[in-house]
Design a protein around this ligand. Structure first.
Ligand SMILES: NC(=O)c1ccc[n+]([C@@H]2O[C@H](COP(=O)([O-])OP(=O)(O)OC[C@H]3O[C@@H](n4cnc5c(N)ncnc54)[C@H](O)[C@@H]3O)[C@@H](O)[C@H]2O)c1
Length: 412
């Protein structure tokens, strides 16, 4: 299976870490707790990761039940129904109409996230929505989700599973205590190299036949109408109509923890650079991009993402008095000699790693307790504001500025 922020090796590592954590985590639910009945909408790469995670958690004793699956591509729908023994739906609104279903997971391409999430929230379901929380072009969608969660008193978790790593909470506490002094800059990267199938417009399983086993019009949904093109279906990440490329595919995973750890809120300005320099295979999105996102009183945040070079930059937060580096087994704080000569080097060790299992358990716990999950819609909206501004800046060549009163972005 393909994951976007994680290559296959990382993904297996995460799953293994998760499996080890499951036994400890499930103890959080009451022994006789009623299973939470979940429907999964979109049963491709990530939808299957959701299904496998729920099956694993259930086997370990977590009260969760896969009640339904939904996809517009019949072979995937049939495979998911067979895997889970749950009821298949070709139309998500019919799944949402089932009163037995309490929660849904949404793993469709990005251009469908907001509409399905809002429909699900209005139907009284709690929602685990894949990242990016919404389609990059329309920041209004993120604000609609925030309103729909509030209006319906529901729980929404965004699928940035790296947020289950408790280093972010531990680091946030030290920053709040002043360990770094005023915040100046932060940086992170997610870089890959190789012919990733989910980005190649030449991808095709040779089986998909619109009108026979695929509802292409519904797949397009809110996106512009177009004749069938296998590359758009199998590599939606490479087309602006459905995705912002690596900026919205990879960056939610690296920006969400930084926004949470430094409590950044909405950005002030964003600029971008990069280009399509290597993969001239019909894709529209760049193969390398750098975003610079400035927050109102600082810091500025630099994000680098690529599918053409996989050499990372260190993840770090620079403060006036010290720098925090994120590295196994957690983080290190190194004092700045010029401003903090008596400061001491400090190591912080995580007690809980990142995994899909942990992230799902946080969601299920919040469904039971009605608390806000670690990666909730408010954080998701702040992240989408930065990414909306970053991708728009890349496409227009303009610096984008956020209006905090109207919560909209405009070119400077
Ligand atoms: N958290 C992670 O690490 C991670 C990893 C991979 C993907 N994702 C996210 O998951 C989402 C899906 O990515 P993917 O790689 O699984 O895509 P995919 O193309 O493999 O699967 C998407 C599925 O959704 C179905 N679909 C589309 N519109 C639908 C609709 N209206 N109703 C029902 N089904 C519909 C498609 O037919 C397809 O089978 C993306 O938003 C992506 O960013 C997250």
């Amino acid at each position: 299976m393909q994951t976007d922020s994680l290559d296959r090796r990382d993904f297996l590592k995460l799953s293994a870490a998760g499996a080890a954590a499951v036994a400890a985590g499930v103890a959080a639910a009451e022994p006789d707790a009623k299973p939470i009945r979940v429907g999964t909408i979109g049963c491709g790469g990530m939808g299957n990761a959701h299904l496998q995670t729920m099956l694993r958690l259930k086997a370990a004793g977590e009260p969760v039940e896969i009640a339904a699956v939904c996809d517009v591509y019949q072979p995937r729908l049939e495979a998911a129904a067979k895997l889970t023994g749950s009821r298949p739906y070709a139309k998500y609104k019919e799944l949402l109409a089932s009163p037995q279903i309490e929660a849904v997971s949404i793993a469709t391409p990005d251009h469908w996230h907001a509409r399905i999430a809002c429909d699900a929230l209005d139907a009284g379901k709690d929602v685990y929505c894949e990242k990016p929380m919404t389609y990059w072009k329309d920041l209004g969608q993120a604000k609609e989700i925030v309103k729909a969660v509030k209006r319906n008193g529901r729980v929404l978790q965004v699928g940035t599973q790296g947020m289950s790593d408790d280093i972010w909470e531990l680091a946030a506490a030290r920053i709040k205590e002043g360990a770094l002094g005023g915040l100046l800059q932060a940086q992170a990267s997610d870089l890959r190299n190789g012919p990733l199938g989910v980005y190649s417009p030449l991808s095709n399983d040779g089986l998909a036949k619109p009108g026979e086993n695929l509802d292409w019009d519904t797949w397009l949904g809110p996106a512009p109408k177009r004749p069938w093109e296998p590359g758009r279906f199998f590599a939606f990440r490479s087309f602006w109509d459905y995705s912002g490329g690596v900026a919205t595919d990879f960056f939610p995973h690296i920006l969400t923890p930084l926004v949470r750890t430094m409590e950044l809120g909405f950005p002030h300005r964003a600029t971008a650079s990069g280009g399509l320099y290597q993969w001239h295979d019909g894709r529209e999105v760049p193969d390398i991009i750098t975003l610079m996102i400035e927050y109102p009183e600082g810091p500025s945040v630099m994000l680098v993402g690529s599918v053409s070079n996989d050499t990372p930059i260190p993840t770090m937060i620079r403060g006036k008095n010290a720098t925090m580096f994120f590295q196994d087994p957690g983080a290190v704080i190194e004092p700045q000699q010029a401003t903090n000569p008596n400061g001491k080097r400090e190591e912080i060790t995580r007690t809980r790693g990142a995994s899909l299992d942990e992230h799902w358990q946080d969601f299920l716990r919040c469904v039971r307790t009605r608390e806000k999950p670690r990666s909730n819609e408010l954080l998701g909206c702040q992240v989408m504001a930065a990414l909306h501004m970053g991708v728009t800046a890349y496409r227009t060549g303009r610096t984008m500025e956020f209006d905090p009163v109207r919560e909209v972005a405009r070119p400077v």
